[in-house]
Design a protein around this ligand. Structure first.
Ligand code: BGC
Length: 733
């Protein structure tokens, strides 16, 4: 998205006519404030509700008397550059004020959290990433872009591409998992889907890649916590997805809340100016995370709001989300000389460029017919894509004695409150779903013609119902237990110190198992869980995450064999929480974990993941053989034969990993380099060809420099990061 000469001239002309206040106005993002009906600020009211000082009922009464302030006067005065609103008619109204009533008529860029779909909610990102399907990543983003734009939203706070290796962190749900290569391909596909269809102004939005950077490395998995790491780790693990997003032309970036090596990302000049805008070449702008500029005072890096605003502006933070600090203080600081006017001009130029690129000056409005069309319901093809995404994202973790798929004639006792709750299928950060679009697992099974009876028995919260458990055990030929987490248990501010099944769900599973009936477990959750006990005792486990509005249809299809599960884990699962952070591509240690004592292991838990990255079963089997490597010019051609050894058609995700055996820095034991989805009929075999550029075998050192070092490399190909064939090759670059 490089600005054209014409766009540059347009922006320069506008800039030359703006007052300093109007320029700073562009750097100010507002969301509607709740006013009236109470005497404390809204955020405090939310805290009062959360800590129990007021009840839900009292909160409801207060909200009934409250009003929304959309800052119309400030918009009219040119003091607001961006709003965060999701109602389309409200957005048209606010745009009209900006365009027709402000002095220069500059439209608003309207942002919103459209993380895994808008009204069409797709699987949470950690789940969608399990499909390893770049085409799916792109088409779901494209649909999200069109639905957003149809609601007046032209800027999506997505994709969230934080590499995350510690599942205690609740926000693992929002991103593509632990791997930098998968994360980079996910990022690129999402940017293409969100931004690239310019066939109409209503078909694309500006992406906002977040959270820049290393937010997923927050210490102890505790949200908003500090991060600290070497430059090489940052460059090799946490930055690649952002670099990829910038290469694909991502329009904007949101800085992360955390500090990195002592400097909050919000005011981190090196990260924002040198790396992001310099090295990675961001053409658009950077926005802070919500209230993050003010939080620099609490971080202890700024004395007061004014100081924080100056530091952020100087560091290259172009837009302030939600604190008004730029609006309140920057003008005086420019006049005093602490903030050079060029800093303001640079930020405004970037923001105006994105608005021009979005076509907002040509048409900022949503046509009324489009609003009405969405009010009538979701188009069929949107529903179909939600279902495809849900089907591809499930991961079969265990299927002992081939319990699955179930026979339609079998009498199923369906257990667990999550199984019958359509309000829980969408997961964290789904903000625009409608209950009537959502399909629970119970509804999905019934619609698919299963012979199913439902017994709630218990869920992630609350007590178990013994009578219902007894009936479920007595009645069914097979028990399908749906257990896991509610949507509120993952996402922002949802870190956990124990990631085993919450509440009494393990006891519930024990009781079901005691009946002697086969128990199929469906997991519905927003993070990898610690499943040591479950893996040992339960015969069949289907990881279904929060799959979005068509969750019920997809799970029913997998349980009944209409769909053959094909997902592979985008994040490793531990046996117990204490193993976190656990990830496959860890640096080699001098004493790799083994059965002997003085090795990198635990006395009381396994040292390896229970289910590693890239792992996932199918109702059929796949065999790999004939691994060959040929050097062709500046590439390696790596081929392998994959055969379907079972009796059903299935899709395998073949994965290519490498290891740099000896280098100037300790390198990971394995690193994913490529993957391919292949559909195979029973008995069919295909040759998979990976073309690996030699220069992808390097790594970043502690100065952030990319190094290609001659030496021995290992090449692994297989169906998971653990189960691979291997060949070695000495390489001279
Ligand atoms: C989150 C961001 C989100 C923003 C705006 C913050 O609390 O960290 O991911 O985009 O709110 O809603």
């Amino acid at each position: 998205m490089k600005p054209t000469q014409e766009q540059k001239a347009f922006v320069e002309d506008l800039l030359s006519r703006m007052t300093l206040e109007e320029k700073i106005g562009q750097m100010n993002q507002e969301s509607p404030s709740i006013v009236g009906g109470f005497d404390v600020p809204f955020h405090e009211l939310i805290e009062m509700l959360t800590d129990g000082r007021i009840s839900q009922e009292e909160f409801g009464k207060i909200m009934a008397n409250a009003k929304q302030d959309y800052h119309e006067d400030d918009i009219r005065a040119g003091l607001v550059g961006s709003m965060m609103v999701k109602e389309p008619r409200e957005n048209n109204r606010l745009q009209k004020i900006a365009v027709e009533e402000s002095r220069l008529g500059i439209p608003l860029i309207i942002g919103f959290d459209v993380i895994h779909g808008f009204r069409s909610v797709f699987p949470i990102a950690i789940a969608e990433a399990c499909s390893f399907d770049d085409d799916l990543f792109e088409v779901t983003a494209h649909m999200a872009a069109r639905e957003s734009r149809a609601h007046g939203i032209n800027w999506n706070f997505a994709p969230m591409i934080d590499a995350a290796r510690d599942s205690r962190w609740g926000r693992v749900s929002e991103g593509p998992g632990e791997d930098p290569l998968l994360g980079s391909r996910f990022a690129r596909a999402k940017i293409r889907g969100l931004q690239n269809d310019h066939s109409s102004l209503l078909n694309y939005v500006a992406a906002c890649t977040k959270h820049y950077v290393a937010y997923g490395a927050c210490e102890s998995g505790r949200d908003y916590n500090t991060t600290s790491m070497s430059v090489s780790n940052l460059y090799n693990v946490y930055l690649p997805a952002f670099r990829a997003a910038m290469d694909e032309g991502a329009a904007t970036v949101m800085a992360a809340f955390n500090d990195l090596n002592g400097v909050p990302c919000t005011v981190n000049k090196w990260l924002l100016r040198d790396v992001l805008k310099g090295e990675f070449g961001l053409d658009g702008f950077v926005v802070s995370d919500a209230n993050a500029i003010r939080e620099c005072v609490i971080h202890g890096i700024a004395e007061d709001d004014r100081d924080a605003g100056v530091e952020a502006a100087l560091a290259g933070m172009d837009m302030d989300m939600g604190t008004h600090i730029y609006k309140d203080y920057l003008k005086a600081e420019v006049e005093k000389g602490t903030v050079p006017p060029e800093v303001i001009d640079e930020a405004v130029r970037r923001i105006l460029f994105v608005k021009v690129w979005l076509g907002l000056f040509d048409n900022p409005y949503v046509p009324e017919e489009l609003i009405e069309a969405y009010e009538k319901g979701l188009p069929k093809e949107h529903v179909a894509l939600c279902r495809r995404a849900a089907e591809e994202s499930m991961v079969l973790l265990k299927n002992e004695s081939v319990i699955l798929p179930l026979d339609r004639k079998q009498k199923i006792s369906l257990v667990g409150t999550l199984a019958d709750d359509r309000n829980e299928v969408c997961g964290a950060w789904a903000m625009a779903w409608k209950p009537e679009d959502c399909v629970s697992i119970r509804a999905g099974l019934e619609a698919a013609g299963a012979n199913v009876s439902y017994y709630p028995c218990g869920g992630p919260e609350g007590e178990l119902n013994e009578e219902e458990i007894a009936s479920a055990c007595a009645e069914g030929d097979v028990i399908v237990a749906v257990v896991g987490e509610t949507d509120a248990m993952s996402g922002e501010a949802s870190s956990k110190a124990d990631i085993s099944l919450p509440g009494k769900q393990r006891v519930l599973l024990e009781k079901l198992l005691a009946s002697g009936k086969p128990v199929v477990t469906v997991l519905m959750n927003g993070r990898p869980l610690a499943l040591g006990w479950e893996a040992e005792h339960l015969p069949a486990i289907l990881e279904a995450w929060h799959l979005g509005i068509r969750m019920g249809d997809a799970v029913a299809a997998a349980l009944l064999g209409d769909v053959n599960p094909s997902g592979k884990l985008s994040s490793s699962f531990p046996a117990v929480t204490g193993q976190c952070p656990v990830y496959y591509n860890h640096p080699s240690t001098g004493r790799p974990g083994s059965k002997s004592k003085f090795t990198s292991r635990y006395l009381d838990a396994p040292w390896e993941a229970l289910y590693p990255f890239g792992y996932g079963l199918s109702y059929t089997g796949f065999a790999y053989d004939d691994l060959q490597i040929h050097k062709i010019g500046k590439c390696l051609e790596i081929t392998v034969r994959v055969r379907n050894t079972g009796e059903r058609t299935g899709t395998e995700i073949a994965q290519l990993y490498t290891q740099d055996v000896s280098a100037s820095l300790v390198r990971p034991v394995k690193e994913l380099k490529d993957y391919r989805r292949i559909e195979l009929k029973p008995g069919e075999e295909k040759k998979v060809i990976f073309v690996l550029p030699l220069d992808s075998l390097g790594f970043y050192d502690n100065e952030g420099k990319y190094r290609l070092e001659d030496g021995l490399f290992r090449f692994f190909v297989g169906g998971s990061s653990r189960d691979c064939m291997m060949k070695e090759l000495r390489i001279k670059f």
